[in-house]
Design a protein around this ligand. Structure first.
Ligand SMILES: Cc1cc2nc3c(=O)[nH]c(=O)nc-3n(C[C@H](O)[C@H](O)[C@H](O)COP(=O)(O)OP(=O)(O)OC[C@H]3O[C@@H](n4cnc5c(N)ncnc54)[C@H](O)[C@@H]3O)c2cc1C
Length: 391
């Protein structure tokens, strides 16, 4: 039996960030991850290019992770543009003033590697890799994790960061709202003939949503949202056939496209836990809030949540309270819910509206886009959210 102050299930980016947040707190932290150590130390490219807000960049810098990502691997996001089919109305998001970009696009696997290195450098957690948590139980006295190899971990607080389909959440009897959009998302890097100008473009054509995220050079990440069967066909197509299809879907606006590297597909399911905390238990990352990627906020929220929970735990320790003080856990839940629920709900509404090709929805989104284009406060709100600097 291993004894620890805090046991974290899942060493994804949220679990790693949370462990690093507690460096220097004097608490013993044990991270349990089902993937092998090599997959954490040198994660493979997974197709996700994460749009990091200014606030997330500041948190990653505090966690000693930001400087571990080469600036050459970051791509500034200067402007974002939303367009509905062939409609001339365009919704543009750009900084109100100055040269600072809206955010930085950073490959997910490099964020994960940087956080892993930061945790190792700080020596702030014991990592148990290649072993899955199969059962979680907590009581007012403590929590117990059972591992697939039969081992057990006893902790004063259990934190689950084990994906949006969290098994720990289920075992703790915490319900979650789930919204299956019935579509999948394919992401891949493509080179193209014409420059993107640092502008992310998203547009809604008949039966498809296409987004192009600008990377360094004449390279973008193409994001296709389609029914699962079409995504499967595109995953199986030859690189040449895929590139030809991407060129056709983007109407040659960026010229001919060439596929660079691997393609990755993700099911589109958004989840939101009904509670984020229980007795000696807390949910963070996607296990708490699993966002639809269209507004690029999943990991930004995950990072902010890890920061919030660690802040509450540190404050409890300062007051001489328990590491799993119920009041502190509740304050985390309330603050994280207030920070995430409005955008979670708005994102689902946007995603549903923009992936529905029935005539009423087409008319409505055209109207929404016209209203958005006319109303500068709408643009200002979204831009302010991206540019937010305060941690
Ligand atoms: C296509 C796409 C684009 C995205 N773009 C953006 C973006 O632009 N901006 C943004 O902020 N977010 C974005 N996101 C969201 C972001 O990727 C996620 O929010 C983030 O990866 C969640 O991190 P996490 O650590 O909570 O979960 P995960 O990354 O899912 O990690 C969970 C970890 O837990 C481990 N685990 C699970 N179960 C167990 C178990 N029983 N025992 C031990 N280990 C376990 C897993 O192996 C995994 O390592 C995007 C997501 C997708 C799919």
């Amino acid at each position: 039996m291993t004894e620890t102050d805090i046991a974290v299930i899942g060493a994804g980016p949220a679990g790693l960030a949370f462990a690093r947040e507690l460096a220097g707190s004097g608490l013993s932290v044990t991270l349990v991850e089902r993937s092998p150590k090599a997959a954490l130390a040198d994660p493979a490219f997974d197709g996700r290019e994460i749009a990091l807000t200014h606030r997330s960049q500041a948190i990653l810098a505090e966690l000693d992770a930001w400087s571990r990502i080469s600036p050459e691997e970051m791509s500034p996001l200067r402007q974002a543009r939303v367009q509905d089919g062939a409609s001339p109305f365009v919704l543009d998001f750009a900084p109100e003033s100055g040269d600072a970009p809206l955010g930085q696009l950073v490959p997910n696997h490099l964020i994960r590697r940087a956080l892993y290195e930061a945790v190792q450098a700080a020596g702030c957690a014991t990592l148990m890799t290649g072993t899955k948590v199969t059962a979680v139980e907590t009581s007012p006295k403590g929590g117990t994790l059972t591992l697939a190899d039969g081992g057990q971990i006893r902790a004063r607080l259990v934190v689950a960061a084990d994906t949006r389909f969290s098994q720990a959440r289920r075992q703790m009897g915490i319900a979650a709202s789930m919204r299956d959009f019935g579509k999948s998302m394919l992401v891949a890097r493509v080179a193209h003939e014409k420059p993107h100008g640092g502008i992310a473009t998203e547009w809604f054509g008949h039966g498809q949503t296409v987004a192009l995220l600008p990377l360094r050079g004449d390279v973008s990440s193409i994001v296709l949202t389609l029914p699962a069967r079409q995504i499967e066909a595109l995953m199986a197509a030859s690189p040449e056939a895929f590139a030809a299809d991407a060129t056709r879907r983007t109407e040659e606006r960026w010229g001919m496209m060439t596929l660079l590297g691997t393609r990755h597909a993700y099911p589109l399911v958004a989840t939101y836990a009904r509670r984020f905390v229980g007795t000696r238990f807390a949910l963070i990352g996607d296990a708490a809030v699993g966002m639809h990627p269209v507004t690029a906020h999943g990991f930004n929220f995950g990072l902010a949540g890890a920061h919030r929970l660690a802040g509450e735990i540190r404050a409890s320790l300062m007051r001489g309270r328990d590491v799993a003080d119920p009041g502190a856990l509740l304050r985390y839940e309330m603050a994280h819910r207030a920070a995430t629920f409005p955008l979670f709900t708005a994102t689902n509404a946007i995603a549903a509206l923009y992936t529905d090709d029935r005539a009423p929805a087409r008319l409505l989104r055209s109207a929404v886009l016209r209203a958005g284009a006319a109303l500068s406060p709408v643009r200002r709100l979204v831009t302010a959210q991206l540019m937010q600097k305060v941690a």
